[in-house]
Design a protein around this ligand. Structure first.
Ligand SMILES: Nc1nc2c(ncn2[C@@H]2O[C@H](COP(=O)(O)OP(=O)(O)OP(=O)(O)O)[C@@H](O)[C@H]2O)c(=O)[nH]1
Ligand SMILES: [Mg+2]
Length: 468
């Protein structure tokens, strides 16, 4: 290769890097982590965010989002994404579900995908005002199957501690009826024995069945390994064929235990680590969506499990105030918003209780984050409104009900939802009849417009300062 060819390429690379760096230093590029376990509402949130910013950005619709209220948002549109190796988020398909008659929810996510929005706005202050009339912030969003998020904490575990944790969970009375066939098979398994591929495959399949049933019948978050549920390109790969086994005092070389341990480590190294490194290490802001209502429906054990799964997962993100220098080289999350999603399934007056419950669940994590200089907030939201509040009078008493179409039901109903607890009730305090919050279909769009609850607060908290 000629020296001039090399120099030209090097120069181009330098220009690209400088351009990227300048974008970052002027806060032009914001990478938002929309985090949440499967079913927490990530895809619906991203769809609603794009819809509201691109076609419904009025002061009436987003009053708490300053740039919109002050009429400084010139326009917002989807632009080609920078990551060419990741499929694009199928916005049109997702939004068509919400706008259809009757409307439905976009399907659950099977692979990672991404989308970049350009927000062109007029600045009010600082250097920017003098640089040009309008400025553009690029907002990058990534959507992925929630199951894959659950794998991140495995990076901090070895095979023995992971196995112990999984087996303890499977033995809990709430889940024992599902895990019994696997646990019985496991009791007959000799981990010290020389490798028998067919025995390992049979147990791995049985363990995968348990995970699938737990997913179908409960709202348990930590179903690991997540790729057993959504394998993506790893369908049928031996790296997925492992399962938890009780620890041994000494692990014989060439034993089945040793083999499983190797597969576990390979899964961490070849599946979780690249995913984490490529997609989860360079976020600027984070939204954590939590579906508290499904966990409450499931019972005390699942709510407690959700709490510890959230705390383990949050610990995996790089947080901390992004000073100018660290920002250039290693941007880190400096604002985290915790959102109790789907708050439209409870009465308007009780939505605050969800916020307080979420706050209580996350206290230890919040404390940790605040200590590292991260700004946090907690709120109850619904990115896509699925019910309308409705007051009914019964025997002279006013009841705060909600009106909507429950998923799978043919008709709209007025429903008096249960009151969510404000604090984590102990097993003894748990109501005998449990909780029964209903899931609703999206509320029909009116003239192509969908409604939200506090999406504008979310946008202001996460992006407001970048659009000043
Ligand atoms: N009431 C209400 N329900 C919602 C909302 N967003 C999502 N849901 C419900 O939650 C379900 C899951 O939403 P998704 O957006 O697919 O969740 P996800 O986090 O992308 O899930 P995975 O793709 O499986 O990781 C939907 O099918 C709806 O039933 C919301 O804003 N309000
Ligand atoms: Mg999804």
């Amino acid at each position: 290769m000629s020296v001039s060819g090399l120099t030209a390429r090097a120069l181009k690379k330098l220009q690209q890097t400088t351009h990227k760096t300048l974008n970052r230093s002027l806060d032009r590029h914001v990478k938002l982590a929309v985090t949440g376990f499967s079913g927490s509402g990530k895809t619906a949130f991203i769809t609603a965010l794009v819809k509201h910013l691109t076609t419904q950005a009025t002061a009436q619709n987003l009053p708490f989002f300053e740039v919109v209220r002050e009429q400084r948002l010139v326009a917002c549109k989807q632009v080609p994404q920078s990551a060419l190796d990741i499929p694009s988020f199928e916005y049109q398909n997702a939004v068509q579900h919400l706008l259809a008659d009757p409307p439905s929810w976009p399907p659950s996510t099977q692979r990672i995908n991404t989308l970049t929005l350009a927000l062109k706005f007029r600045s009010t202050q600082g250097v920017r005002q003098h640089l040009s009339d309008t400025h553009t912030v690029y907002l990058e969003l990534i959507d992925y199957p929630g199951e894959w998020l659950m794998d991140l904490p495995m990076l901090n575990q070895d095979f023995a501690s992971w196995s112990e944790q999984q087996l303890k969970r499977l033995a809990q009375p709430d889940y024992a009826h599902i895990s019994a066939p696997f646990l019985q098979q496991l009791a007959k398994f000799d981990a010290t024995h020389a490798v028998d591929e067919s025995a390992l495959a049979a147990l791995a399949n049985s363990y995968a069945d348990v995970l699938k049933q737990l997913k179908a019948q409960t709202r348990l978050a930590r179903l690991q390994p997540g790729r057993m549920l959504i394998p993506g390109e790893l369908e049928g790969a031996p790296i997925l064929q492992f399962f938890p086994v009780s620890g041994l005092d000494a692990v014989p070389e060439q034993s089945q235990y040793h083999h499983l341990e190797q597969r576990f480590e390979a899964y961490k190294k070849q599946v979780i680590t690249p995913f984490y490194r490529e997609h989860f290490c360079r976020f600027d802001r984070q939204l954590v969506l939590v579906d508290l209502l499904s966990a409450l429906n499931d019972g005390h054990t699942t709510l407690t499990e959700t709490q510890s799964a959230l705390s383990d997962t949050l610990a995996m993100f790089r947080h901390g105030k992004s000073g100018f220098l660290s920002r250039l080289f290693r941007p880190s999350i400096d604002k985290v918003l915790f959102a109790a999603n789907k708050c439209d399934s409870v009465a308007l007056a009780d939505q605050d209780k969800l916020t307080r419950l979420l706050h209580t669940l996350l206290l230890p994590s919040e404390n940790e984050l605040k200590f590292s200089g991260v700004e946090i907030d907690t709120m109850a939201i619904s990115s896509v409104k699925s019910t309308q509040p409705k007051q009914l009078t019964e025997q002279g008493k006013i009841l705060s009900c909600i009106y909507g179409k429950p998923v799978g039901e043919p008709n709209y109903i007025s429903y008096l939802p249960p009151i969510p607890p404000e604090h984590l009730p102990s097993a003894q305090q748990w109501p005998a009849q449990g909780y029964e919050f209903l899931s609703f279909e999206p509320y029909p769009a009116y003239q192509g417009q969908i409604e939200h609850i506090r999406l504008d607060h979310v946008l202001q908290f996460l992006l407001g300062d970048k659009l000043q």
